[in-house]
Design a protein around this ligand. Structure first.
Ligand SMILES: Nc1nc2c(ncn2[C@@H]2O[C@H](COP(=O)(O)OP(=O)(O)OP(=O)(O)O)[C@@H](O)[C@H]2O)c(=O)[nH]1
Ligand SMILES: [Mg+2]
Length: 303
C-alpha cells in the first residue's frame, strides 16, 4: 500500500476529517488493510446520508417557482417542474428534488405576504430548521418584509441571498429608450450617470444592483449583496453564475459535492472543484476495492 500511503495528504483529499484520516493512516501503517477499507466504507456511507435543503422565498409573484425550476435545470412546462403563473400559485412548502442529485432539494415556499402566512410567524410556519440557506427573491425593490425576514434568518445563524428576478424585463424596458444604434432617444432629456447617451447593458445592471442594495441598506441590512437573474439561461446569464459560485463557496465542506453535482460544467472553477471533490471518492473507493482484491484467494495465490 505504499502508493496509497503516499497520497495520504489532507490537501490532496479535501473534506475527510482529520480524525477519519488519522484512523485510516494508523490502520495502513499497521498493515491492516481491512480496517482501513472499513473506515473508508463508513465515510462513503455517511456521505450518502448528507442532504442539502435550499429554501426559495420572497414576495408573491416575484418568480420563486420559476427560480426553483431554473435551479433544477427544468423548463416551466416540463414534467416535475413547479407550477408557475401570474395568479397566486404557491400556497404550501413544496419540495423539489434536484434531477441531478436527489440529495439536493429545492423548496418552493409560499410568498412572504401570502394570506395564510403572517410575516411575524412566517419562518416558524415554513419550518425554518429544515433549510440550509434561504434565497429571498424580489422582482422589484426589496420590501420591508424581505429585509425583516433576512434579519430574522441572520439572527438564527443561517445564510440568505437576495436575488432580483426578471432582470431581462428591466433590460428590455431600458433598451426601448434607445434607438437601433443604441443612442438615447429621449428628446430634450440629458443623459445621466445611470442612463448614458450610448446604451450600456452593464451600466443598466449596475444601477439596478446599486438601487436594490441602497434600499436594503436603508432597511437596516449591513453590506447587502444582490444577485440579478433571469429564469432563462439562469446559470449562464447576468449574476446567475456568480450566485451559484457564492452558494458553493459558502457551503460547509461535506455538502459541497452534492451541490457540485447539480452544476453544469460551465466554468473552469466548477470543473476544478468537481475534480478536487471527486478525488476523495476515487481514493476511498480504490481503498475498498484494493482491500477486497487483496483478500481474494487468487491474489494470495499469486503472491
Ligand atoms: N420575463 C421574466 N418573467 C419571469 C421570470 N421569472 C418569472 N417570471 C414570470 O413571472 C410570473 C410569476 O412567476 P412565478 O414563478 O409563478 O412566481 P411565484 O413567486 O412563484 O408566484 P406565487 O407562487 O404566486 O407567489 C410568471 O408569469 C413567470 O413566467 C424571469 O426571470 N423573467
Ligand atoms: Mg409560486
Amino acid at each position: 500500500m505504499a502508493s496509497a500511503e503516499a497520497h495520504l495528504e489532507v490537501e490532496a483529499l479535501p473534506h475527510i476529517s482529520e480524525g477519519d484520516m488519522n484512523e485510516i493512516r494508523a490502520a495502513l501503517e499497521k498493515g491492516d488493510l481491512t480496517a482501513a477499507a472499513t473506515k473508508a466504507q463508513e465515510i462513503l456511507a455517511n456521505e450518502e446520508q448528507i442532504q442539502l435543503h435550499i429554501a426559495v422565498t420572497g414576495e408573491s409573484g416575484s418568480g420563486k417557482s420559476s427560480f426553483v425550476n431554473a435551479m433544477r435545470g427544468l423548463q416551466d412546462h416540463e414534467e416535475g417542474a413547479a407550477e408557475i403563473g401570474v395568479m397566486e400559485t404557491t400556497m404550501e412548502c413544496s419540495p423539489y428534488p434536484h434531477p441531478q442529485d436527489s440529495h439536493v432539494t429545492v423548496w418552493d415556499l409560499p410568498g412572504i405576504g401570502a394570506p395564510k402566512f403572517r410575516p411575524d410567524t412566517y419562518l416558524k410556519q415554513v419550518q425554518f430548521d429544515r433549510y440550509d440557506f434561504f434565497i429571498i427573491i424580489s422582482s422589484s425593490r426589496f420590501t420591508c418584509n424581505a429585509a425583516t425576514l433576512a434579519k430574522e434568518i441572520q439572527a438564527r445563524g443561517k445564510h440568505f441571498y437576495f436575488v432580483r428576478s426578471k432582470v431581462d424585463q428591466d433590460v428590455s424596458n431600458e433598451r426601448r429608450l434607445y434607438d437601433e444604434e443604441g443612442v438615447l432617444k429621449a428628446k430634450g432629456k440629458q443623459a445621466t450617470e445611470t442612463r448614458p447617451q450610448q446604451y450600456d447593458e452593464m451600466a443598466v445592471l449596475a444601477s439596478i444592483r446599486q438601487d436594490c442594495e441602497r434600499k436594503l441598506a436603508r432597511l437596516g441590512i449591513r453590506s447587502p449583496q444582490v444577485f440579478l437573474v433571469c429564469r432563462d439561461d439562469f446559470s449562464m446569464m447576468y449574476d446567475g453564475p456568480r450566485l451559484l459560485q457564492t452558494l458553493l463557496d459558502d457551503l460547509p465542506s461535506q455538502k459541497k459535492l452534492s451541490f457540485l453535482r447539480c452544476l453544469d460544467n460551465t466554468s473552469r472553477e466548477v470543473v476544478r472543484q468537481k475534480k478536487k471533490e471527486l478525488m476523495k471518492y476515487v481514493w476511498l473507493k480504490s481503498l475498498v476495492v484494493w482491500s477486497i482484491r487483496c483478500s481474494h484467494p487468487w491474489f494470495l495465490y499469486c503472491r
